[in-house]
Ligand binder design. Sequence first.
Ligand code: 6PG
Length: 499
Amino acid sequence: KLTRIGLAGLAVMGQNLALNIAEKGFPISVYNRTTSKVDETIERAKAEGNLPVFGFHDPESFVQSIQKPRVIIMLVKAGAPVDQTIKTLSAYMEKGDCIIDGGNEWYENTERREKAMTELGLLYLGMGVSGGEEGARNGPSLMPGGSFEAYKYIEDIVLKVAAQVPDSGPCVTYIGKGGSGNFVKMIHNGIEYGDMQLIAEAYDVLKSVGKLSNEELKNVFSEWNRGELQSFLIEITADIFGIKDDKGDGYLVDKVLDKTGMKGTGKWTVQQAAELSVAAPTIEASLDSRFLSGLKEERTEAAKVFKSGGFGDILDDQVVDKERLIDDVRQALYASKICSYAQGMNLIRAKSIEKGWDLKLGELARIWKGGCIIRAIFLDRIKKAYDRNSDLANLLVDPEFAKEIIDRQSAWRRVVCLAINSGISTPGMSASLAYYDTYRRERLPANLVQAQRDYFGAHTLISISHLPPWYRLFSSPGILRLVGLDALSESWITTINFN
Ligand code: 6PG
Protein backbone atom coordinates (compact mmCIF):
# COMPACT_ATOMS: atom_id res chain seq x y z
CA LYS A 1 0.00 0.00 0.00
CA LEU A 2 1.35 3.42 -0.98
CA THR A 3 1.74 6.32 1.43
CA ARG A 4 0.31 9.81 0.93
CA ILE A 5 3.55 11.79 1.32
CA GLY A 6 7.28 11.40 1.96
CA LEU A 7 9.79 13.21 4.13
CA ALA A 8 13.56 13.18 3.66
CA GLY A 9 15.96 14.52 6.30
CA LEU A 10 15.33 13.13 9.77
CA ALA A 11 17.12 15.46 12.14
CA VAL A 12 14.87 16.52 15.00
CA MET A 13 12.76 18.96 12.93
CA GLY A 14 12.21 16.34 10.21
CA GLN A 15 11.34 13.59 12.66
CA ASN A 16 8.88 15.78 14.48
CA LEU A 17 7.17 17.01 11.33
CA ALA A 18 6.86 13.43 10.02
CA LEU A 19 5.26 12.31 13.28
CA ASN A 20 2.91 15.28 13.22
CA ILE A 21 1.81 14.48 9.64
CA ALA A 22 1.28 10.80 10.51
CA GLU A 23 -0.69 11.71 13.60
CA LYS A 24 -3.08 13.80 11.49
CA GLY A 25 -3.96 10.67 9.54
CA PHE A 26 -1.61 10.83 6.54
CA PRO A 27 0.57 7.71 6.12
CA ILE A 28 4.10 8.93 5.51
CA SER A 29 7.32 7.42 4.10
CA VAL A 30 10.58 8.61 5.63
CA TYR A 31 14.16 8.53 4.45
CA ASN A 32 17.52 9.75 5.69
CA ARG A 33 21.01 9.28 4.27
CA THR A 34 22.29 8.13 7.65
CA THR A 35 19.95 5.20 8.06
CA SER A 36 20.05 5.00 11.86
CA LYS A 37 17.87 8.14 11.85
CA VAL A 38 15.24 6.22 9.89
CA ASP A 39 15.14 3.49 12.51
CA GLU A 40 15.06 6.07 15.29
CA THR A 41 12.02 7.73 13.68
CA ILE A 42 10.21 4.42 13.33
CA GLU A 43 10.86 3.69 16.99
CA ARG A 44 9.43 7.04 17.96
CA ALA A 45 6.39 6.49 15.72
CA LYS A 46 5.71 3.23 17.55
CA ALA A 47 6.25 4.72 20.97
CA GLU A 48 4.04 7.73 20.24
CA GLY A 49 0.96 5.65 19.42
CA ASN A 50 1.77 3.40 16.46
CA LEU A 51 1.68 6.25 14.00
CA PRO A 52 1.65 5.34 10.26
CA VAL A 53 5.31 6.10 9.51
CA PHE A 54 7.18 3.84 7.08
CA GLY A 55 10.96 3.88 6.95
CA PHE A 56 13.25 3.28 3.96
CA HIS A 57 16.99 2.88 3.80
CA ASP A 58 17.44 3.64 0.11
CA PRO A 59 16.09 6.55 -1.93
CA GLU A 60 14.58 4.51 -4.73
CA SER A 61 12.25 2.37 -2.64
CA PHE A 62 11.46 5.47 -0.57
CA VAL A 63 10.28 7.42 -3.62
CA GLN A 64 8.39 4.45 -5.00
CA SER A 65 6.48 3.91 -1.78
CA ILE A 66 4.61 7.20 -2.22
CA GLN A 67 1.32 7.54 -4.15
CA LYS A 68 1.39 9.58 -7.36
CA PRO A 69 1.68 12.44 -7.91
CA ARG A 70 4.37 12.11 -5.27
CA VAL A 71 5.13 14.81 -2.73
CA ILE A 72 8.33 14.80 -0.74
CA ILE A 73 9.21 17.32 1.95
CA MET A 74 12.94 17.84 2.51
CA LEU A 75 14.21 19.01 5.86
CA VAL A 76 17.93 19.20 5.32
CA LYS A 77 20.47 21.96 5.89
CA ALA A 78 20.03 24.92 3.53
CA GLY A 79 22.43 25.28 0.61
CA ALA A 80 24.41 22.42 -0.94
CA PRO A 81 22.73 19.58 1.02
CA VAL A 82 19.39 20.66 -0.50
CA ASP A 83 20.82 20.43 -4.04
CA GLN A 84 22.28 17.04 -3.22
CA THR A 85 18.99 15.71 -1.86
CA ILE A 86 17.08 17.01 -4.88
CA LYS A 87 19.54 15.26 -7.16
CA THR A 88 19.17 11.98 -5.30
CA LEU A 89 15.38 12.03 -5.13
CA SER A 90 14.53 13.51 -8.51
CA ALA A 91 16.35 10.63 -10.23
CA TYR A 92 13.41 8.41 -9.24
CA MET A 93 10.60 10.94 -9.52
CA GLU A 94 8.23 11.39 -12.46
CA LYS A 95 6.49 14.26 -14.22
CA GLY A 96 3.93 15.94 -11.97
CA ASP A 97 5.68 14.90 -8.74
CA CYS A 98 6.63 17.59 -6.26
CA ILE A 99 9.49 18.47 -3.95
CA ILE A 100 9.06 20.80 -0.98
CA ASP A 101 12.00 22.40 0.82
CA GLY A 102 11.06 23.05 4.45
CA GLY A 103 14.38 24.61 5.48
CA ASN A 104 15.48 28.20 6.07
CA GLU A 105 16.63 28.64 2.51
CA TRP A 106 17.73 31.78 0.69
CA TYR A 107 14.76 32.61 -1.56
CA GLU A 108 16.81 32.91 -4.75
CA ASN A 109 18.05 29.34 -4.34
CA THR A 110 14.43 28.24 -4.29
CA GLU A 111 13.69 30.20 -7.45
CA ARG A 112 16.69 28.66 -9.20
CA ARG A 113 15.61 25.16 -8.16
CA GLU A 114 11.99 25.73 -9.11
CA LYS A 115 13.14 26.65 -12.61
CA ALA A 116 15.33 23.58 -12.88
CA MET A 117 12.52 21.37 -11.58
CA THR A 118 10.03 22.83 -14.06
CA GLU A 119 12.35 21.77 -16.85
CA LEU A 120 12.14 18.21 -15.52
CA GLY A 121 8.35 18.44 -15.29
CA LEU A 122 8.50 18.50 -11.48
CA LEU A 123 6.77 20.97 -9.17
CA TYR A 124 8.58 22.82 -6.40
CA LEU A 125 7.69 24.66 -3.19
CA GLY A 126 9.89 26.56 -0.73
CA MET A 127 8.05 26.31 2.57
CA GLY A 128 9.08 28.27 5.65
CA VAL A 129 8.49 26.19 8.79
CA SER A 130 8.54 27.97 12.11
CA GLY A 131 8.11 26.84 15.67
CA GLY A 132 11.24 24.88 16.43
CA GLU A 133 11.10 21.24 17.41
CA GLU A 134 8.00 21.54 19.54
CA GLY A 135 6.15 23.42 16.80
CA ALA A 136 7.07 20.86 14.15
CA ARG A 137 5.64 18.09 16.34
CA ASN A 138 2.46 19.77 17.54
CA GLY A 139 1.66 22.50 15.04
CA PRO A 140 4.06 24.86 13.28
CA SER A 141 3.35 27.98 11.27
CA LEU A 142 3.86 27.10 7.61
CA MET A 143 4.77 29.50 4.80
CA PRO A 144 4.62 27.65 1.47
CA GLY A 145 5.53 29.55 -1.69
CA GLY A 146 6.11 28.49 -5.29
CA SER A 147 3.93 26.28 -7.48
CA PHE A 148 0.25 26.87 -6.66
CA GLU A 149 -0.63 23.50 -8.19
CA ALA A 150 1.73 21.81 -5.73
CA TYR A 151 0.20 23.77 -2.85
CA LYS A 152 -3.28 22.63 -3.81
CA TYR A 153 -2.08 19.05 -3.74
CA ILE A 154 -0.81 19.29 -0.14
CA GLU A 155 -3.41 21.74 1.14
CA ASP A 156 -5.44 19.10 3.02
CA ILE A 157 -2.28 17.99 4.83
CA VAL A 158 -0.87 21.38 5.78
CA LEU A 159 -4.24 22.68 6.97
CA LYS A 160 -4.30 19.89 9.56
CA VAL A 161 -0.60 19.83 10.42
CA ALA A 162 -0.26 23.58 11.07
CA ALA A 163 -1.00 25.19 14.43
CA GLN A 164 -4.70 25.88 14.92
CA VAL A 165 -5.70 29.21 16.40
CA PRO A 166 -9.27 29.59 17.66
CA ASP A 167 -11.25 32.11 15.59
CA SER A 168 -8.50 32.55 13.02
CA GLY A 169 -7.87 29.08 11.63
CA PRO A 170 -4.79 27.05 10.71
CA CYS A 171 -1.47 28.90 10.62
CA VAL A 172 -0.81 28.31 6.95
CA THR A 173 -1.72 29.97 3.70
CA TYR A 174 -0.39 29.89 0.16
CA ILE A 175 2.11 32.76 0.37
CA GLY A 176 2.75 33.45 -3.30
CA LYS A 177 4.89 32.57 -6.27
CA GLY A 178 8.62 31.83 -6.50
CA GLY A 179 10.69 32.18 -3.36
CA SER A 180 8.07 34.20 -1.48
CA GLY A 181 7.57 31.51 1.20
CA ASN A 182 11.27 31.54 2.07
CA PHE A 183 11.40 35.32 1.91
CA VAL A 184 8.50 35.69 4.33
CA LYS A 185 10.10 33.15 6.68
CA MET A 186 13.36 35.10 6.49
CA ILE A 187 11.58 38.29 7.55
CA HIS A 188 9.84 36.35 10.32
CA ASN A 189 13.31 35.49 11.58
CA GLY A 190 14.48 39.11 11.28
CA ILE A 191 11.50 40.15 13.40
CA GLU A 192 12.39 37.30 15.79
CA TYR A 193 15.90 38.79 16.15
CA GLY A 194 14.32 42.18 16.93
CA ASP A 195 11.94 40.75 19.53
CA MET A 196 14.70 38.83 21.27
CA GLN A 197 16.98 41.86 21.38
CA LEU A 198 14.22 44.12 22.75
CA ILE A 199 13.43 41.58 25.46
CA ALA A 200 17.13 41.31 26.32
CA GLU A 201 17.33 45.10 26.67
CA ALA A 202 14.28 45.14 28.95
CA TYR A 203 16.04 42.50 31.05
CA ASP A 204 19.26 44.52 31.16
CA VAL A 205 17.53 47.71 32.30
CA LEU A 206 15.49 45.88 34.94
CA LYS A 207 18.43 43.85 36.19
CA SER A 208 21.29 46.35 35.96
CA VAL A 209 19.47 49.57 36.83
CA GLY A 210 16.39 48.29 38.66
CA LYS A 211 18.39 45.60 40.49
CA LEU A 212 15.66 43.01 40.02
CA SER A 213 16.52 39.46 41.04
CA ASN A 214 15.86 36.51 38.74
CA GLU A 215 12.86 35.62 40.84
CA GLU A 216 11.47 39.15 40.44
CA LEU A 217 12.22 39.08 36.72
CA LYS A 218 10.34 35.83 36.41
CA ASN A 219 7.33 37.36 38.09
CA VAL A 220 7.48 40.51 35.97
CA PHE A 221 7.67 38.58 32.70
CA SER A 222 4.90 36.20 33.80
CA GLU A 223 2.77 39.22 34.58
CA TRP A 224 3.57 40.79 31.20
CA ASN A 225 2.58 37.55 29.54
CA ARG A 226 -0.94 38.10 30.77
CA GLY A 227 -1.31 41.43 29.00
CA GLU A 228 -0.59 43.15 25.69
CA LEU A 229 2.91 41.60 25.49
CA GLN A 230 1.61 38.04 25.70
CA SER A 231 3.77 35.95 23.39
CA PHE A 232 5.83 32.81 23.14
CA LEU A 233 9.11 34.69 23.61
CA ILE A 234 7.91 36.50 26.76
CA GLU A 235 6.58 33.21 28.11
CA ILE A 236 9.85 31.30 27.63
CA THR A 237 11.80 34.27 29.01
CA ALA A 238 9.78 34.05 32.24
CA ASP A 239 10.53 30.32 32.37
CA ILE A 240 14.24 30.87 31.76
CA PHE A 241 14.51 33.17 34.79
CA GLY A 242 13.15 30.36 36.95
CA ILE A 243 15.61 27.67 35.83
CA LYS A 244 18.20 26.81 38.48
CA ASP A 245 21.66 25.75 37.45
CA ASP A 246 21.91 21.94 37.53
CA LYS A 247 24.72 22.16 40.08
CA GLY A 248 22.24 23.88 42.33
CA ASP A 249 24.35 26.98 42.87
CA GLY A 250 22.36 29.77 41.32
CA TYR A 251 20.42 30.40 38.15
CA LEU A 252 21.12 29.05 34.69
CA VAL A 253 20.70 32.42 32.96
CA ASP A 254 23.64 33.84 34.92
CA LYS A 255 25.87 30.97 33.78
CA VAL A 256 25.17 31.32 30.06
CA LEU A 257 27.99 32.98 28.13
CA ASP A 258 26.95 36.41 26.81
CA LYS A 259 27.74 35.62 23.21
CA THR A 260 24.93 35.09 20.69
CA GLY A 261 25.22 32.71 17.76
CA MET A 262 23.31 32.97 14.50
CA LYS A 263 22.64 30.98 11.38
CA GLY A 264 22.13 33.64 8.74
CA THR A 265 18.51 34.62 8.23
CA GLY A 266 18.83 37.78 10.33
CA LYS A 267 21.81 38.90 8.29
CA TRP A 268 19.95 38.21 5.05
CA THR A 269 17.06 40.33 6.32
CA VAL A 270 19.36 43.29 6.91
CA GLN A 271 21.05 42.80 3.53
CA GLN A 272 17.62 42.80 1.90
CA ALA A 273 16.65 45.96 3.76
CA ALA A 274 19.64 47.69 2.19
CA GLU A 275 18.89 46.23 -1.25
CA LEU A 276 15.31 47.44 -1.07
CA SER A 277 16.20 50.83 0.49
CA VAL A 278 13.81 50.15 3.35
CA ALA A 279 14.78 51.35 6.83
CA ALA A 280 14.89 48.49 9.33
CA PRO A 281 16.94 50.00 12.17
CA THR A 282 15.55 47.85 14.99
CA ILE A 283 16.31 44.62 13.16
CA GLU A 284 19.71 46.00 12.17
CA ALA A 285 20.45 46.92 15.79
CA SER A 286 19.60 43.39 16.87
CA LEU A 287 22.02 41.97 14.31
CA ASP A 288 24.76 44.44 15.30
CA SER A 289 24.23 43.47 18.93
CA ARG A 290 24.85 39.84 18.02
CA PHE A 291 28.06 40.84 16.23
CA LEU A 292 29.27 42.85 19.22
CA SER A 293 28.27 40.12 21.66
CA GLY A 294 30.53 37.81 19.69
CA LEU A 295 33.56 39.95 20.57
CA LYS A 296 33.62 38.66 24.13
CA GLU A 297 37.42 38.67 24.45
CA GLU A 298 37.71 42.18 23.03
CA ARG A 299 34.97 43.41 25.32
CA THR A 300 36.72 41.91 28.30
CA GLU A 301 39.86 43.85 27.37
CA ALA A 302 37.88 47.02 26.69
CA ALA A 303 36.20 46.73 30.09
CA LYS A 304 39.66 46.76 31.70
CA VAL A 305 40.68 49.87 29.76
CA PHE A 306 37.57 51.81 30.76
CA LYS A 307 37.55 50.53 34.31
CA SER A 308 41.05 51.86 34.79
CA GLY A 309 39.76 55.14 33.35
CA GLY A 310 37.30 55.30 36.21
CA PHE A 311 34.21 53.77 34.56
CA GLY A 312 32.54 50.73 36.03
CA ASP A 313 30.25 48.37 34.15
CA ILE A 314 27.40 50.79 34.64
CA LEU A 315 27.18 54.30 36.00
CA ASP A 316 25.51 53.37 39.21
CA ASP A 317 24.11 56.61 40.50
CA GLN A 318 20.55 56.29 39.22
CA VAL A 319 17.87 56.26 41.86
CA VAL A 320 14.80 54.50 40.53
CA ASP A 321 11.36 53.61 41.73
CA LYS A 322 11.16 49.89 40.95
CA GLU A 323 7.43 49.68 40.30
CA ARG A 324 7.48 52.66 38.01
CA LEU A 325 10.53 51.36 36.17
CA ILE A 326 8.87 47.99 35.54
CA ASP A 327 5.82 49.71 34.12
CA ASP A 328 7.91 52.05 31.97
CA VAL A 329 9.97 49.20 30.57
CA ARG A 330 6.82 47.29 29.67
CA GLN A 331 5.57 50.28 27.70
CA ALA A 332 8.94 50.89 26.06
CA LEU A 333 9.11 47.27 24.98
CA TYR A 334 5.65 47.34 23.48
CA ALA A 335 6.17 50.60 21.58
CA SER A 336 9.57 49.41 20.31
CA LYS A 337 7.98 46.20 19.12
CA ILE A 338 5.41 48.09 17.05
CA CYS A 339 8.25 49.88 15.23
CA SER A 340 10.13 46.65 14.63
CA TYR A 341 7.11 44.92 13.11
CA ALA A 342 6.39 48.00 11.02
CA GLN A 343 9.88 47.63 9.54
CA GLY A 344 9.46 43.91 8.86
CA MET A 345 6.08 44.39 7.22
CA ASN A 346 7.38 47.21 5.03
CA LEU A 347 10.26 45.00 3.91
CA ILE A 348 7.79 42.35 2.83
CA ARG A 349 5.68 44.86 0.99
CA ALA A 350 8.65 46.37 -0.85
CA LYS A 351 9.81 42.93 -1.97
CA SER A 352 6.30 41.95 -2.99
CA ILE A 353 6.08 45.00 -5.24
CA GLU A 354 9.54 44.36 -6.71
CA LYS A 355 8.77 40.72 -7.47
CA GLY A 356 5.04 41.06 -8.25
CA TRP A 357 4.20 38.54 -5.51
CA ASP A 358 1.03 40.28 -4.36
CA LEU A 359 1.60 39.29 -0.73
CA LYS A 360 -1.20 39.93 1.75
CA LEU A 361 0.28 41.44 4.91
CA GLY A 362 -2.82 40.88 7.03
CA GLU A 363 -2.87 37.21 6.07
CA LEU A 364 0.79 36.86 7.05
CA ALA A 365 0.04 38.37 10.45
CA ARG A 366 -2.77 35.83 10.78
CA ILE A 367 -0.57 32.78 10.12
CA TRP A 368 1.99 34.09 12.61
CA LYS A 369 -0.59 34.19 15.39
CA GLY A 370 0.20 30.60 16.32
CA GLY A 371 2.88 27.97 15.90
CA CYS A 372 5.84 30.21 15.13
CA ILE A 373 8.49 31.74 17.35
CA ILE A 374 7.08 35.28 17.10
CA ARG A 375 3.54 34.15 17.89
CA ALA A 376 1.83 36.76 20.01
CA ILE A 377 -1.51 38.26 20.83
CA PHE A 378 -0.11 41.43 19.26
CA LEU A 379 -0.24 39.88 15.76
CA ASP A 380 -4.00 40.00 15.90
CA ARG A 381 -3.79 43.77 16.19
CA ILE A 382 -1.52 43.86 13.15
CA LYS A 383 -3.94 41.73 11.18
CA LYS A 384 -6.79 44.05 12.15
CA ALA A 385 -4.76 47.11 11.12
CA TYR A 386 -4.30 45.67 7.62
CA ASP A 387 -7.95 44.56 7.53
CA ARG A 388 -8.89 48.18 8.19
CA ASN A 389 -6.58 49.40 5.46
CA SER A 390 -4.60 47.00 3.29
CA ASP A 391 -2.68 49.94 1.78
CA LEU A 392 -1.49 51.20 5.16
CA ALA A 393 1.82 52.99 4.47
CA ASN A 394 3.21 52.07 7.87
CA LEU A 395 1.80 50.30 10.93
CA LEU A 396 2.69 53.39 12.96
CA VAL A 397 -0.03 55.45 11.28
CA ASP A 398 -2.80 52.95 11.85
CA PRO A 399 -5.09 54.91 14.21
CA GLU A 400 -4.97 52.25 16.96
CA PHE A 401 -1.21 51.76 16.86
CA ALA A 402 -0.66 55.52 16.63
CA LYS A 403 -2.70 55.96 19.78
CA GLU A 404 -0.84 53.19 21.58
CA ILE A 405 2.48 54.78 20.71
CA ILE A 406 1.38 58.25 21.78
CA ASP A 407 0.17 56.84 25.10
CA ARG A 408 3.49 55.10 25.70
CA GLN A 409 6.02 57.54 24.37
CA SER A 410 6.79 59.29 27.67
CA ALA A 411 7.60 56.00 29.37
CA TRP A 412 9.58 54.89 26.33
CA ARG A 413 11.69 58.07 26.39
CA ARG A 414 12.25 57.75 30.13
CA VAL A 415 13.59 54.21 29.71
CA VAL A 416 15.92 55.12 26.85
CA CYS A 417 17.21 58.20 28.73
CA LEU A 418 17.69 56.19 31.89
CA ALA A 419 19.65 53.55 29.99
CA ILE A 420 21.82 56.17 28.33
CA ASN A 421 22.55 57.90 31.62
CA SER A 422 23.33 54.59 33.26
CA GLY A 423 25.76 53.65 30.53
CA ILE A 424 23.64 50.72 29.37
CA SER A 425 23.08 50.26 25.68
CA THR A 426 19.54 49.74 24.44
CA PRO A 427 20.23 49.70 20.69
CA GLY A 428 16.91 48.12 19.74
CA MET A 429 14.72 50.39 21.86
CA SER A 430 16.74 53.45 20.83
CA ALA A 431 16.57 52.49 17.15
CA SER A 432 12.83 52.01 17.38
CA LEU A 433 12.42 55.36 19.10
CA ALA A 434 14.57 57.08 16.48
CA TYR A 435 12.57 55.38 13.73
CA TYR A 436 9.36 56.73 15.22
CA ASP A 437 10.76 60.19 15.82
CA THR A 438 12.09 60.34 12.27
CA TYR A 439 8.97 59.01 10.63
CA ARG A 440 6.55 61.28 12.48
CA ARG A 441 8.34 64.55 11.67
CA GLU A 442 7.23 66.48 8.65
CA ARG A 443 10.55 68.27 8.30
CA LEU A 444 13.90 66.62 8.90
CA PRO A 445 17.40 68.05 8.80
CA ALA A 446 17.75 66.20 5.49
CA ASN A 447 17.56 69.59 3.80
CA LEU A 448 21.05 70.28 5.07
CA VAL A 449 22.42 66.97 3.84
CA GLN A 450 20.83 67.70 0.48
CA ALA A 451 22.32 71.18 0.46
CA GLN A 452 25.74 69.75 1.24
CA ARG A 453 25.34 67.28 -1.62
CA ASP A 454 24.39 70.12 -3.96
CA TYR A 455 27.31 72.15 -2.75
CA PHE A 456 30.08 69.65 -3.30
CA GLY A 457 28.27 68.07 -6.23
CA ALA A 458 28.23 71.41 -8.05
CA HIS A 459 31.80 72.01 -7.03
CA THR A 460 32.82 68.73 -8.62
CA LEU A 461 31.20 69.64 -11.90
CA ILE A 462 32.55 73.16 -12.04
CA SER A 463 36.02 71.84 -11.48
CA ILE A 464 35.79 69.77 -14.63
CA SER A 465 37.95 72.02 -16.73
CA HIS A 466 36.88 70.94 -20.16
CA LEU A 467 33.33 72.21 -19.82
CA PRO A 468 32.76 75.61 -21.43
CA PRO A 469 32.09 78.48 -19.02
CA TRP A 470 28.58 79.23 -20.39
CA TYR A 471 27.52 75.64 -19.64
CA ARG A 472 28.83 75.84 -16.14
CA LEU A 473 27.01 79.06 -15.53
CA PHE A 474 23.65 78.00 -16.90
CA SER A 475 23.63 74.53 -15.55
CA SER A 476 24.45 75.47 -12.00
CA PRO A 477 21.52 74.89 -9.68
CA GLY A 478 21.62 78.40 -8.29
CA ILE A 479 21.06 79.96 -11.72
CA LEU A 480 18.37 77.48 -12.65
CA ARG A 481 16.52 78.25 -9.43
CA LEU A 482 16.92 81.94 -10.04
CA VAL A 483 15.15 81.70 -13.36
CA GLY A 484 12.44 79.53 -11.83
CA LEU A 485 13.51 76.20 -13.30
CA ASP A 486 13.57 74.43 -9.95
CA ALA A 487 12.54 71.10 -11.35
CA LEU A 488 15.37 71.21 -13.84
CA SER A 489 17.76 72.19 -11.11
CA GLU A 490 16.66 69.13 -9.11
CA SER A 491 17.32 66.78 -11.99
CA TRP A 492 20.66 68.45 -12.52
CA ILE A 493 21.52 67.89 -8.88
CA THR A 494 20.41 64.30 -9.03
CA THR A 495 22.46 63.64 -12.14
CA ILE A 496 25.54 65.30 -10.80
CA ASN A 497 25.40 63.63 -7.44
CA PHE A 498 24.63 60.32 -8.99
CA ASN A 499 27.76 60.64 -11.07
C1 6PG B 1 11.80 29.22 13.79
C2 6PG B 1 13.15 29.78 14.06
C3 6PG B 1 14.25 28.91 13.58
C4 6PG B 1 15.62 29.41 14.05
C5 6PG B 1 16.23 30.38 13.07
C6 6PG B 1 16.99 31.54 13.64
O1 6PG B 1 11.05 29.96 13.18
O2 6PG B 1 11.50 28.12 14.20
O3 6PG B 1 13.27 31.02 13.42
O4 6PG B 1 14.12 28.79 12.22
O5 6PG B 1 15.52 29.90 15.31
O6 6PG B 1 17.08 29.63 12.26
O7 6PG B 1 18.14 31.09 14.22
P1 6PG B 1 19.48 31.86 14.54
O8 6PG B 1 19.20 32.70 15.75
O9 6PG B 1 20.38 30.73 14.84
O10 6PG B 1 19.92 32.64 13.36
